[in-house]
Design a protein around this ligand. Sequence first.
Ligand code: G6P
Length: 608
Amino acid sequence: MCGIVAYVGAKPVRGVLLDGLKRLEYRGYDSSGVAIVDGGRAYLARAVGKVAALEQKVDADQPEGHSGIAHTRWATHGKPTEANAHPHADCSSQLFVVHNGIIENYQQLKKKLSAQGHTFRSETDTEVLAHLIERAYAGDLPAAVQKALLEVTGTFGIAVLHLAHPGQIVMARRGSPIVLGVGDGETLAASDVAALAQHTDQVVYLEDNEVATLSSGDFSITTLQNQAVSRAATTIDYGRDAADRGAYPHFMLKEIFEQPEAIENALRGRLDHSEAVAKLGGLEAVMDRLKQARHLIIVSCGTSYYAGLYARYVFEALTDLAVETELASEFRYRKLNLRQNTVVLAISQSGETADTLAALREAKRKGALTLGLVNVVGSSIARETHAGIYCHAGMEIGVASTKSFTSQVTLLTLMALLLGRGRDLSYEEGAAILRGLENIPDQMREVLKQSEAIGQLAQKYSGAEHFLYIGRKYQYPIALEGALKLKEIAYIHAEAYAAGEMKHGPIALIDPSFPTMALAPEDASYQKIVSNIQEIRARDGQILAVTTEGNSKLGSMADDIIFVPRNHEILTPLLTVLPLQLFAYHCAVLRGCDVDKPRNLAKSVTVE
Ligand code: G6P
């Protein structure tokens, strides 16, 4: 979603800002802009479309200067036009603001400011910030930002630049992440550490309702009420080759192929064979409360929600907890009876998804123990939960989540195993899961070898405008995830159903032009899904099936079959999801879609 980069230091600022924006491109956006203090004048450039369009303008103008702010915008208020792109200026074009988040009371503020003579040039909520700060400004920029933000309701991560203070940039946050990067003679800030990685590994996370003032190589932090905050920089490990796609044509394909390694990283040091249990250091501090837990509620969005749906089956199988999986955006509007023995688990790749964060805060307020399963180290959800574990999947750039999903599934299984072994799960059952998990990375490598063959299947099916995905029990969330992948990157309408529901509606859609992807590994539900396949077959529907190696019985029923190795039924989703990721990927490429940056989507959704 929207991205912010700010810089003050010795380097020519335009290159730093444009490079930073490119590193945030993966988040999804539709326009971009920069503001630079160039000697005594302010330089502003904005463009619709890719950062390359902005770069063309900036390259033509060659602005000089050593401080500036930049932004990629994902439209919320007003269309993606140049006038609505950030930075936004005050009336006198002296000060510039970029903003992530939503100003909820912007209409009232805009009315008031207009009546006071301020002229607005955009349809955005952000522009009110520029005018509010202008009104509050009396020579001290941080003080003006503090004062202005006290009038604002909603969420913000902002960067503010003023022509009269060329060596200073003011940042502030509430609900939208801001991280500072402190280098030698330079200070940066961004909404995502990816934009800082080239410059420094010394970072400082801003907390809600804090204001940071940056100068070359230095920074200071206060609250909105001007209380000084002391916070030292921490060292961040960006991981190897994080933003390099190597020989892969797309980040998504690279990340699909990184899954065996991501699972090895997720498992490393976390298996205790002697006790047939998982070791999850991040949960140790709350183990006593976890042992008392009776009720688990999992909250998440998108692909992470499907990992949560999978977890419901696994926690029910391995523990005696009552488990609910809820969309984070719905959770906070339900009247839930959260008690001392309720645990709320937030699952999020980015750790910044606004709905998940809001659900988590609601749960905390109501007294639940909150846990996080997060990939991005130091992210808001990681910091705000009582305890949690990291996926260690490495940086995920492709908007469509792949390796994060399989890492989440792996760690959810380990969590369920840990809690289950503290209850009534037997040693043998625990040991069987550990053995199965250890086989997963190599079995994944076997499945990935079929990428080309799956590409050929994509050639056969990528012309379809609709697809049905079906699965049962552990495979039902995988059907949902596979259909989501096809929708989000190949723009093919795909519906996923629990196979048993098919007869209650979707079967009416079946005809020769409406193929079905059937997830049919030989597990406890196998016979049931075979019946569903027969029903589709009887209505001339084409069937593309995923089953386990050695199953020769589907040949007469399915048009095409993809085989995956056998493993414990709980773990088979880690294998069956791979062909679905590859199928969606190849369909998207064949249909000429922008695989890593699908239209209208954002990597990290930081507005509710
Ligand atoms: C966006 C992304 C999805 C992701 C979802 C939840 O919609 O495009 O890939 O699954 O957000 O994100 P999270 O970071 O909370 O897992």
